[in-house]
Ligand binder design. Structure first.
Ligand code: UT7
Length: 332
Protein backbone atom coordinates (compact mmCIF):
# COMPACT_ATOMS: atom_id res chain seq x y z
CA UNK A 1 0.00 0.00 0.00
CA UNK A 2 1.25 3.47 -0.86
CA UNK A 3 2.19 5.83 1.95
CA UNK A 4 -0.54 8.39 2.78
CA UNK A 5 0.74 11.94 2.65
CA UNK A 6 -1.01 15.26 3.33
CA UNK A 7 -1.52 17.29 0.17
CA UNK A 8 -2.59 20.93 -0.01
CA UNK A 9 -5.82 20.85 -2.02
CA UNK A 10 -7.00 24.47 -1.61
CA UNK A 11 -5.60 27.83 -0.53
CA UNK A 12 -7.36 30.95 0.75
CA UNK A 13 -6.09 34.34 1.79
CA UNK A 14 -7.17 37.70 3.08
CA UNK A 15 -5.52 41.07 3.61
CA UNK A 16 -7.33 44.12 5.01
CA UNK A 17 -8.14 46.99 2.65
CA UNK A 18 -6.30 49.74 4.53
CA UNK A 19 -2.83 50.34 3.09
CA UNK A 20 -0.16 51.86 5.35
CA UNK A 21 2.52 53.13 2.97
CA UNK A 22 6.12 54.06 3.71
CA UNK A 23 5.17 57.65 2.84
CA UNK A 24 2.60 57.70 5.65
CA UNK A 25 5.09 56.13 8.09
CA UNK A 26 7.44 59.05 7.28
CA UNK A 27 4.84 61.32 8.89
CA UNK A 28 4.59 59.13 12.01
CA UNK A 29 8.22 58.35 12.97
CA UNK A 30 11.73 59.56 12.07
CA UNK A 31 12.28 57.40 9.02
CA UNK A 32 12.39 57.63 5.25
CA UNK A 33 10.57 55.60 2.61
CA UNK A 34 13.92 55.00 0.96
CA UNK A 35 15.51 53.63 4.20
CA UNK A 36 12.63 51.24 4.75
CA UNK A 37 12.65 49.96 1.18
CA UNK A 38 16.40 49.48 0.90
CA UNK A 39 16.86 47.92 4.37
CA UNK A 40 13.78 45.64 4.28
CA UNK A 41 12.22 45.53 0.78
CA UNK A 42 8.87 46.74 2.19
CA UNK A 43 6.87 49.47 0.40
CA UNK A 44 3.54 49.13 2.18
CA UNK A 45 1.61 46.90 4.57
CA UNK A 46 -2.07 46.27 5.35
CA UNK A 47 -3.73 47.17 8.64
CA UNK A 48 -7.00 45.77 10.01
CA UNK A 49 -9.16 48.72 11.02
CA UNK A 50 -12.46 48.51 12.86
CA UNK A 51 -13.66 48.17 16.41
CA UNK A 52 -13.93 44.61 17.66
CA UNK A 53 -12.13 43.01 14.72
CA UNK A 54 -9.32 40.56 15.39
CA UNK A 55 -7.20 37.78 13.95
CA UNK A 56 -10.16 35.38 13.68
CA UNK A 57 -12.05 37.77 11.39
CA UNK A 58 -9.25 37.73 8.83
CA UNK A 59 -8.85 33.95 9.17
CA UNK A 60 -12.57 33.42 8.61
CA UNK A 61 -12.36 35.32 5.30
CA UNK A 62 -9.39 33.22 4.16
CA UNK A 63 -11.15 29.98 5.14
CA UNK A 64 -14.41 30.96 3.43
CA UNK A 65 -12.50 31.49 0.19
CA UNK A 66 -10.76 28.13 0.58
CA UNK A 67 -14.04 26.26 1.19
CA UNK A 68 -15.65 27.90 -1.82
CA UNK A 69 -12.72 27.01 -4.09
CA UNK A 70 -12.78 23.38 -2.93
CA UNK A 71 -16.59 23.18 -3.15
CA UNK A 72 -17.11 21.97 0.43
CA UNK A 73 -18.70 23.42 3.57
CA UNK A 74 -17.42 24.04 7.10
CA UNK A 75 -19.27 20.89 8.19
CA UNK A 76 -16.81 18.81 6.13
CA UNK A 77 -13.84 19.97 8.23
CA UNK A 78 -12.34 17.69 10.92
CA UNK A 79 -9.78 20.02 12.41
CA UNK A 80 -8.50 23.63 12.35
CA UNK A 81 -5.01 24.52 13.59
CA UNK A 82 -4.28 28.23 13.88
CA UNK A 83 -0.72 29.54 13.85
CA UNK A 84 -0.68 32.99 15.45
CA UNK A 85 1.03 35.26 17.99
CA UNK A 86 -1.96 37.58 18.13
CA UNK A 87 -4.85 35.37 19.21
CA UNK A 88 -8.23 37.10 19.61
CA UNK A 89 -8.01 36.36 23.35
CA UNK A 90 -5.41 34.75 25.60
CA UNK A 91 -8.01 32.01 25.95
CA UNK A 92 -10.04 30.32 24.57
CA UNK A 93 -8.12 29.57 21.42
CA UNK A 94 -8.69 31.43 18.17
CA UNK A 95 -9.33 28.03 16.58
CA UNK A 96 -12.40 27.65 18.84
CA UNK A 97 -13.64 31.09 17.85
CA UNK A 98 -13.12 30.41 14.14
CA UNK A 99 -14.95 27.05 14.34
CA UNK A 100 -17.90 28.90 15.87
CA UNK A 101 -17.86 31.77 13.37
CA UNK A 102 -17.75 29.53 10.28
CA UNK A 103 -20.04 26.82 11.69
CA UNK A 104 -17.45 24.02 11.69
CA UNK A 105 -19.51 22.03 14.15
CA UNK A 106 -17.73 18.72 13.64
CA UNK A 107 -14.22 20.13 13.90
CA UNK A 108 -11.84 20.47 16.80
CA UNK A 109 -8.56 22.33 16.93
CA UNK A 110 -6.09 24.49 18.76
CA UNK A 111 -3.70 27.41 18.37
CA UNK A 112 -0.02 26.87 17.81
CA UNK A 113 2.40 29.60 18.87
CA UNK A 114 5.80 29.53 17.21
CA UNK A 115 5.92 33.20 16.17
CA UNK A 116 6.94 33.58 12.52
CA UNK A 117 7.31 29.79 12.23
CA UNK A 118 3.77 29.16 13.51
CA UNK A 119 2.31 28.26 10.11
CA UNK A 120 5.23 25.97 9.24
CA UNK A 121 5.00 24.14 12.57
CA UNK A 122 1.19 23.96 12.25
CA UNK A 123 1.44 22.59 8.71
CA UNK A 124 3.75 19.82 9.87
CA UNK A 125 1.44 19.07 12.82
CA UNK A 126 -1.72 19.06 10.70
CA UNK A 127 -0.07 16.79 8.12
CA UNK A 128 0.47 14.16 10.79
CA UNK A 129 -3.27 13.97 11.58
CA UNK A 130 -3.81 13.19 7.87
CA UNK A 131 -0.92 10.71 7.65
CA UNK A 132 -2.19 8.69 10.61
CA UNK A 133 -5.68 8.55 9.12
CA UNK A 134 -7.23 10.36 12.11
CA UNK A 135 -8.51 13.20 9.93
CA UNK A 136 -9.57 13.59 6.30
CA UNK A 137 -9.78 17.36 6.07
CA UNK A 138 -7.54 19.64 8.14
CA UNK A 139 -7.37 23.40 7.74
CA UNK A 140 -4.09 25.05 8.70
CA UNK A 141 -4.26 28.81 9.22
CA UNK A 142 -1.50 31.39 9.57
CA UNK A 143 -2.99 34.70 10.74
CA UNK A 144 -1.80 37.73 12.63
CA UNK A 145 -3.07 41.18 13.48
CA UNK A 146 0.40 42.52 14.21
CA UNK A 147 -0.95 46.08 14.43
CA UNK A 148 -2.42 45.03 17.81
CA UNK A 149 1.07 44.66 19.33
CA UNK A 150 3.12 47.17 17.33
CA UNK A 151 4.24 50.44 18.90
CA UNK A 152 3.69 53.03 16.17
CA UNK A 153 6.20 55.36 17.81
CA UNK A 154 9.04 52.79 17.54
CA UNK A 155 10.62 53.20 14.12
CA UNK A 156 12.64 49.99 14.40
CA UNK A 157 9.54 47.76 14.53
CA UNK A 158 6.53 49.69 13.18
CA UNK A 159 7.96 49.78 9.66
CA UNK A 160 8.19 45.99 9.42
CA UNK A 161 4.88 44.44 10.41
CA UNK A 162 1.46 44.15 8.77
CA UNK A 163 -1.82 42.25 9.18
CA UNK A 164 -3.15 39.33 7.14
CA UNK A 165 -4.33 35.72 7.07
CA UNK A 166 -3.86 32.67 4.89
CA UNK A 167 -5.22 29.14 5.08
CA UNK A 168 -4.63 25.81 3.37
CA UNK A 169 -6.67 22.62 3.27
CA UNK A 170 -4.85 19.31 3.81
CA UNK A 171 -6.28 16.06 2.45
CA UNK A 172 -4.88 12.52 2.11
CA UNK A 173 -2.92 11.62 -1.01
CA UNK A 174 -1.53 8.25 -2.01
CA UNK A 175 0.32 9.30 -5.18
CA UNK A 176 3.39 10.86 -3.63
CA UNK A 177 2.16 14.48 -3.50
CA UNK A 178 1.97 16.75 -0.48
CA UNK A 179 4.21 17.24 2.52
CA UNK A 180 7.17 14.90 2.19
CA UNK A 181 9.61 16.14 4.84
CA UNK A 182 9.96 18.70 7.65
CA UNK A 183 12.92 19.96 9.68
CA UNK A 184 11.80 22.04 12.67
CA UNK A 185 13.96 23.69 15.33
CA UNK A 186 13.70 25.82 18.46
CA UNK A 187 16.34 27.60 20.55
CA UNK A 188 14.72 29.27 23.54
CA UNK A 189 17.90 31.12 24.45
CA UNK A 190 17.07 33.44 21.52
CA UNK A 191 13.91 34.67 23.25
CA UNK A 192 15.71 37.69 24.70
CA UNK A 193 16.06 39.25 21.24
CA UNK A 194 12.38 39.25 20.24
CA UNK A 195 9.42 39.08 22.60
CA UNK A 196 6.55 40.86 24.29
CA UNK A 197 7.69 41.79 27.80
CA UNK A 198 4.37 41.95 29.63
CA UNK A 199 0.94 40.39 29.40
CA UNK A 200 1.91 36.80 30.18
CA UNK A 201 2.04 34.99 33.51
CA UNK A 202 5.57 36.18 34.36
CA UNK A 203 4.53 39.82 34.12
CA UNK A 204 0.76 40.21 34.05
CA UNK A 205 -0.44 43.50 32.55
CA UNK A 206 -0.70 46.47 34.91
CA UNK A 207 -0.95 50.22 34.46
CA UNK A 208 2.82 50.34 34.90
CA UNK A 209 3.51 47.77 32.15
CA UNK A 210 1.21 49.62 29.79
CA UNK A 211 2.85 52.97 30.63
CA UNK A 212 6.23 51.34 29.91
CA UNK A 213 4.83 50.07 26.57
CA UNK A 214 5.68 46.50 27.52
CA UNK A 215 2.59 45.14 25.77
CA UNK A 216 4.27 45.90 22.43
CA UNK A 217 6.88 43.95 20.45
CA UNK A 218 10.46 44.29 21.65
CA UNK A 219 13.09 43.40 19.04
CA UNK A 220 16.88 43.62 18.84
CA UNK A 221 16.71 43.75 15.04
CA UNK A 222 20.38 43.16 14.30
CA UNK A 223 20.66 40.10 16.55
CA UNK A 224 17.54 38.57 14.99
CA UNK A 225 18.74 39.47 11.52
CA UNK A 226 22.08 37.70 12.01
CA UNK A 227 20.47 34.55 13.42
CA UNK A 228 17.78 34.54 10.72
CA UNK A 229 20.23 34.81 7.81
CA UNK A 230 22.16 31.80 9.08
CA UNK A 231 19.18 29.77 10.35
CA UNK A 232 16.89 30.08 7.35
CA UNK A 233 19.65 29.52 4.78
CA UNK A 234 21.09 26.52 6.66
CA UNK A 235 17.83 24.66 7.17
CA UNK A 236 16.74 25.28 3.57
CA UNK A 237 20.02 23.91 2.21
CA UNK A 238 19.86 20.95 4.63
CA UNK A 239 16.36 19.86 3.64
CA UNK A 240 17.44 19.91 -0.02
CA UNK A 241 20.49 17.82 0.79
CA UNK A 242 18.48 15.34 2.89
CA UNK A 243 16.03 14.82 0.01
CA UNK A 244 18.67 14.73 -2.74
CA UNK A 245 17.33 17.89 -4.34
CA UNK A 246 19.62 19.96 -6.52
CA UNK A 247 18.75 23.60 -7.14
CA UNK A 248 17.38 22.72 -10.60
CA UNK A 249 14.97 20.24 -8.94
CA UNK A 250 13.37 22.96 -6.81
CA UNK A 251 10.53 24.85 -8.54
CA UNK A 252 9.80 27.33 -5.74
CA UNK A 253 11.11 28.67 -2.45
CA UNK A 254 8.36 29.98 -0.15
CA UNK A 255 10.32 32.03 2.39
CA UNK A 256 9.11 33.83 5.49
CA UNK A 257 8.80 37.50 4.53
CA UNK A 258 10.70 39.33 7.28
CA UNK A 259 13.38 41.11 5.31
CA UNK A 260 14.21 40.91 1.59
CA UNK A 261 17.91 40.61 2.48
CA UNK A 262 17.25 37.45 4.55
CA UNK A 263 15.24 35.98 1.65
CA UNK A 264 18.00 36.76 -0.85
CA UNK A 265 20.64 35.13 1.37
CA UNK A 266 18.50 31.99 1.65
CA UNK A 267 17.85 31.77 -2.09
CA UNK A 268 21.52 32.28 -2.82
CA UNK A 269 22.54 29.50 -0.40
CA UNK A 270 20.06 27.19 -2.18
CA UNK A 271 21.43 28.21 -5.59
CA UNK A 272 18.01 29.51 -6.70
CA UNK A 273 17.37 32.30 -9.20
CA UNK A 274 15.03 35.06 -8.01
CA UNK A 275 12.29 33.87 -10.46
CA UNK A 276 11.82 30.81 -8.24
CA UNK A 277 11.33 32.80 -5.04
CA UNK A 278 7.88 33.83 -3.87
CA UNK A 279 7.95 37.45 -2.71
CA UNK A 280 5.18 39.75 -1.53
CA UNK A 281 6.98 41.53 1.31
CA UNK A 282 6.84 44.77 -0.73
CA UNK A 283 3.02 44.79 -0.43
CA UNK A 284 2.32 43.23 2.95
CA UNK A 285 5.48 43.54 5.09
CA UNK A 286 5.99 40.90 7.75
CA UNK A 287 2.61 39.39 8.60
CA UNK A 288 4.29 36.87 10.97
CA UNK A 289 2.32 33.59 10.79
CA UNK A 290 0.53 34.63 7.59
CA UNK A 291 3.54 35.15 5.30
CA UNK A 292 3.82 31.59 3.93
CA UNK A 293 0.12 30.93 3.17
CA UNK A 294 -0.24 34.43 1.69
CA UNK A 295 2.63 33.61 -0.69
CA UNK A 296 0.99 30.31 -1.69
CA UNK A 297 -2.31 32.17 -2.15
CA UNK A 298 -0.79 34.73 -4.49
CA UNK A 299 1.37 32.33 -6.50
CA UNK A 300 -1.09 29.40 -6.61
CA UNK A 301 -1.97 29.92 -10.29
CA UNK A 302 1.69 29.56 -11.26
CA UNK A 303 2.12 26.22 -9.46
CA UNK A 304 2.14 23.00 -11.45
CA UNK A 305 1.48 19.41 -10.49
CA UNK A 306 4.77 17.84 -9.43
CA UNK A 307 6.52 21.11 -8.47
CA UNK A 308 9.03 20.61 -5.66
CA UNK A 309 8.48 23.40 -3.15
CA UNK A 310 10.55 24.36 -0.11
CA UNK A 311 8.90 26.43 2.63
CA UNK A 312 11.29 28.08 5.06
CA UNK A 313 10.99 30.30 8.13
CA UNK A 314 12.83 31.94 11.01
CA UNK A 315 11.23 33.78 13.90
CA UNK A 316 11.02 34.66 17.56
CA UNK A 317 11.82 31.93 20.04
CA UNK A 318 14.03 31.34 18.18
CA UNK A 319 11.98 29.02 15.97
CA UNK A 320 12.96 27.98 12.48
CA UNK A 321 12.57 25.23 9.95
CA UNK A 322 11.75 24.05 6.45
CA UNK A 323 9.18 21.83 4.77
CA UNK A 324 9.60 19.99 1.49
CA UNK A 325 6.37 19.41 -0.40
CA UNK A 326 5.37 18.27 -3.87
CA UNK A 327 2.45 20.21 -5.33
CA UNK A 328 -0.46 17.93 -6.24
CA UNK A 329 -2.55 19.72 -8.86
CA UNK A 330 -2.57 22.15 -11.76
CA UNK A 331 -4.68 25.25 -11.18
CA UNK A 332 -7.88 25.57 -13.23
O1 UT7 B 1 9.95 37.89 11.52
C1 UT7 B 1 10.54 37.78 12.77
C2 UT7 B 1 11.99 37.85 12.67
N1 UT7 B 1 12.38 39.22 12.46
C3 UT7 B 1 13.30 39.50 11.56
O2 UT7 B 1 13.76 38.61 10.85
C4 UT7 B 1 13.79 40.92 11.50
C5 UT7 B 1 15.29 40.92 11.36
N2 UT7 B 1 15.86 42.26 11.44
C6 UT7 B 1 15.78 43.14 10.43
O3 UT7 B 1 15.11 42.91 9.45
C7 UT7 B 1 16.59 44.40 10.55
O4 UT7 B 1 17.47 44.29 11.61
C8 UT7 B 1 15.76 45.70 10.72
C9 UT7 B 1 14.98 45.98 9.47
C10 UT7 B 1 14.82 45.55 11.91
C11 UT7 B 1 16.67 46.88 10.97
O5 UT7 B 1 17.60 47.00 9.91
P1 UT7 B 1 19.16 47.09 10.21
O6 UT7 B 1 19.81 47.28 8.91
O7 UT7 B 1 19.55 45.87 11.01
O8 UT7 B 1 19.28 48.37 11.06
P2 UT7 B 1 19.93 48.58 12.50
O9 UT7 B 1 18.99 48.14 13.56
O10 UT7 B 1 21.31 48.02 12.50
O11 UT7 B 1 20.06 50.11 12.53
C12 UT7 B 1 20.94 50.84 11.63
C13 UT7 B 1 20.67 52.30 11.79
C14 UT7 B 1 20.63 52.78 13.23
O12 UT7 B 1 21.15 54.09 13.27
P3 UT7 B 1 22.65 54.36 13.77
O13 UT7 B 1 22.72 53.79 15.16
O14 UT7 B 1 23.52 53.61 12.79
O15 UT7 B 1 22.77 55.84 13.69
C15 UT7 B 1 19.16 52.83 13.54
O16 UT7 B 1 18.85 53.75 14.55
O17 UT7 B 1 19.38 52.60 11.24
C16 UT7 B 1 18.59 53.28 12.21
N3 UT7 B 1 17.21 52.92 12.02
C17 UT7 B 1 16.40 53.58 11.19
N4 UT7 B 1 16.61 54.63 10.39
C18 UT7 B 1 15.57 55.06 9.66
C19 UT7 B 1 16.52 51.90 12.60
N5 UT7 B 1 15.24 51.90 12.15
C20 UT7 B 1 15.16 52.94 11.29
C21 UT7 B 1 14.11 53.44 10.49
N6 UT7 B 1 14.36 54.50 9.70
N7 UT7 B 1 12.88 52.89 10.48
Amino acid sequence: MNRITAAITAVGGYVPDYVLSNAVLETMVATSAEWIETRTGIKERRILKGEGLGTSDMAVKAIEELLKKRGITALDIDMIIVGTVTPDLVFPSTSNIICDKIGAKKAWGFDLAAACSSFLFALSTGAQFIETGKCKKVIVVGADKMSAIVDYSDRSTCIIFGDGAGAVLLEPNSEGFGILDAMLHVDGSGRKYLHQKAGGSVKPPTHATVDAKEHYIYQDGQAVFKAAVVGMAEVSAKIMEKNNLRSEDVAWLVPHQANKRIIDATASRMGLQSEKVMINIQKYGNTTAATLPLCLWEYEKQLKKGDNIILSTFGAGFTWGAIYLRWGQNSE
